[in-house]
Write a protein that binds this ligand. Structure first.
Ligand code: GDP
Ligand code: MG
Length: 439
């Protein structure tokens, strides 16, 4: 979504106090971002109304961390918009349970049929029968057969001359005879929706009486995916959506609107071409992705414009060979101060929140002066090799800096965490060509 939204979010997160004006600004950005993503106007209006109501209400204003609370509200409302967690697959009380895949050509129906079969066996101990009903492209039958072979699962096909509805009829008999408890029907798609296709799919539905009709849509097609979903749902009354290719560079606009427009839940997410790349769809994860995608580029730009190039190079070198000391830490702190609030910087590093220890080691601006004092009370040797700072040295440093032993302890821990994090980051960027990450 819009970069502006992310900036607003960053601004508001660090705030100790949120005013009504902040909330207004925030909701305005959210609104723009959603409209930009073509989310239905009425949906946006409702959503913004709810966010405002909750954000200006007690829930946020009386909280200790109102900034974060606003983000939480926005996130919750966004995930609600995408539906609750809905990855349950229907089970027929008279097996086999039939699932029909529909969607445009190239959306990922055939692949998803294979993935879903794999999922059902692995997670629910089921034994599915795959049915090839795309009779227009011989290659499509072959494709499903190949997937079946890879999975060591049966595939039912009758070539390209039998009508799909008939194929399904035979497939159901076969499934009963072989005690397959699920029947997954892969159907044909078109480049565009047309009546002939819909007619055929309706015939298949008549015969198959599926418990689930999964509409497979390609997340990469963005707002087109929403229109496609709407028409398919009108004609076939689907039971759920599988959003594929979410491993690509999609920002989630489609995910946001599909549930809102069709009323049908997104049940699964396709995360790659491999057969195990199918996951239950997690709306709240998607909301985080939409709101908090780490903005590495901005971070790097910021760092580059504020830090002396030469110093940055030296620092980077030190990070690489891990000779980073408390003196560098002190030096770096003054550089970092020029860049603005530390938490802002941290929030721009994707995954930084996940690095263990970092959460507890949140660096508070107000503590910076204490940190300076503590480091200045260390001896030269101690700054180079913090490992030698034992209990009595910690006491001495605390007294010297006018802080407490626990503050000294915390700083040393933070320093070690930071070193660890740097190691992870340099490892992360080492492989990539070009410049590494600079702080
Ligand atoms: P169909 O025409 O709807 O049956 O689509 P296919 O199953 O043949 O898939 C079309 C292409 O999309 C194939 O190259 C798949 O490997 C690819 N594909 C399907 N799902 C995903 C996914 O979740 N991620 C990625 N990256 N590729 C996918
Ligand atoms: Mg196919």
């Amino acid at each position: 979504l819009a970069d502006r939204l992310q900036n607003t979010i960053k601004k508001i997160t660090g705030k100790g106090k949120v005013s009504e004006a902040d909330v207004k600004e925030m909701t305005r950005e959210v609104r723009l971002a959603l409209l930009e993503a073509d989310v239905n106007f009425k949906v946006v209006k409702d959503l913004i109304g709810r966010i405002k109501e909750r954000a200006i209400g007690q829930e946020v204003m009386e909280s200790l961390t109102p900034g974060q609370q606003v983000i939480k509200v926005v996130k919750e409302e966004l995930s609600d918009l995408m539906g609750g967690e809905q990855s349950k697959i229907a089970v027929s009380d008279r097996p086999p349970t039939v699932i029909m895949m529909v969607g445009l050509q190239g959306a990922g129906k055939t692949t998803t049929t294979g993935k879903l079969a794999n999922y059902l066996r692995k997670k629910q101990n089921r034994s599915p029968l795959l049915v090839a009903c795309d009779i227009y492209r011989p290659a499509a039958i072959k494709q499903l057969e190949t997937l079946g072979a890879q999975l060591d699962m049966p595939v039912f096909s009758m070539g390209t001359d039998v009508k799909p509805a008939e194929i399904v009829q035979e497939a159901l008999k076969e499934a009963k005879a072989n005690h397959n408890d699920y029947v997954l029907i892969d159907t044909a798609g078109r480049l565009h929706i047309d009546e002939e296709l819909m007619g055929e799919l309706q015939e298949v539905r008549e015969v198959a009486k599926p418990e689930e009709i999964f509409l497979v849509v390609d997340a990469m097609t963005g707002q087109d995916a929403v229109n496609v979903a709407e028409s398919f749902n009108e004609q076939l009354d689907v039971t759920g959506v599988v959003l594929t290719k979410l491993d690509g560079d999609t920002r989630g606009g489609a995910a946001l609107s599909i549930k809102a427009v069709t009323g049908k839940p997104i049940k699964f997410a396709g995360m790659g071409e491999k057969l195990d790349a199918l996951e239950p769809f997690h709306p709240e994860r998607m909301a985080s992705r939409i709101l908090g995608m780490g903005d590495v580029l901005t971070l790097i730009e910021k760092a580059q414009s504020n830090i002396d190039e030469k110093q940055a190079k030296e620092l980077e070198e030190k990070m690489r060979n891990m000779s980073f000391t408390f003196d560098d830490f002190l030096e770096q702190m003054s550089q970092v101060k020029k860049m603005g609030p530390l938490e802002d910087l941290m929030s721009m590093i994707p995954g930084a929140g996940k690095i263990k220890g970092l959460k507890n080691a949140q660096i508070d601006e107000r503590q910076l002066s204490h940190i300076e004092a503590i480091i200045q009370s260390m001896t030269k040797q101690e700054r180079i090799d913090p490992n030698i700072i034992n209990a009595s040295r910690r006491k001495r440093i605390a007294v010297g800096s006018g802080t407490s032993v626990s503050q000294v302890n915390r700083l040393i821990k933070q320093f070690n965490d930071m070193k660890k994090m740097m190691k992870q980051m340099t490892n992360m960027t080492k492989g990539k060509k070009g410049k590494g990450f600079k702080l």
